[in-house]
Design a protein around this ligand. Structure first.
Ligand code: E4P
Length: 217
């Protein structure tokens, strides 16, 4: 499963990229606002740090303006992936862009039927929002299971990008189901490394090692 960071924070992206485990980045208008940076400038900087897809979202609601915005955004770098909302105009834009060889991430997906539409429109990625789904009394991971089943039934190549990830269990469940990608806030990705028994084990080994009085280097 690929790991994308769901952030526009450059320091966090650099830190995660240095682990060699970061496959891409997703941003949205709220994350850009949170960064306090200019959209074009920060997106360009992210694209220079990460080799994989970097999602940059359009803000227009109509197809014609979405296409104009996508035209500007895709010139930022070769690894820009245009993010469009799951609406009729968003999917028209998705079809036009993917037919032209541009990567498209269809966002704000909350049902398996919506995911089916996105795949038919040729989306590179579909982003079901599991956290927001859970917040509203639904089961986010059941949505991922349904989409996996449908995409496998018809051999759609659209990648399932689990979004709105809130905790490490969302990541584990995504991997169990066979999602292609998950995007998570840096704090969730960093939490994946942690285990109390790892910390305790290191502490014990170090204590015993120090008692030997030896050094490796
Ligand atoms: C990513 O593509 C989405 O925009 C993001 O995961 C949404 O997360 P949130 O529900 O925590 O805002």
């Amino acid at each position: 499963m690929k790991f994308f960071a769901d952030t526009a924070d450059i320091d966090d992206i650099k830190e995660l990229a240095a682990t060699g485990l970061l496959d891409g980045v997703t941003t949205n208008p709220s994350l850009i606002a949170k960064s306090g940076r200019d959209f074009m400038e920060v997106t360009k900087e992210i694209c220079s740090i990460v080799d994989g897809p970097v999602s940059a979202e359009v803000v227009a609601l109509d197809h014609e303006t979405m296409m104009k915005e996508a035209e500007v955004l895709r010139k930022i770098a070769d690894n820009v992936c245009i993010k469009v909302p799951l609406t009729i105009d968003g999917l028209k834009t998705c079809k036009a862009l993917t037919e032209d060889g541009t990567m498209v991430n269809v966002t704000l997906c909350f049902s398996a039927n919506q995911a089916l539409l996105a795949a038919k429109a040729g989306a590179t990625f579909i982003s079901p929002f599991v956290g927001r789904h859970d917040d509203n009394g639904f089961n986010g991971m059941e949505l991922i299971e349904d989409i996996r089943l449908i995409y496998d039934n018809y051999m759609f190549e659209t990648e399932i990008l689990v979004a709105s990830v809130r905790h490490v269990t969302h990541v584990l469940e995504s991997a169990r189901i066979g999602a292609d990608v998950m995007t998570a806030p840096p704090k969730v990705i960093k939490a994946l490394f942690n285990h109390v028994l790892t910390d305790k084990g290191i502490e014990g080994f170090l204590k015993d090692w120090q008692a030997t009085g030896q050094s490796i280097v």
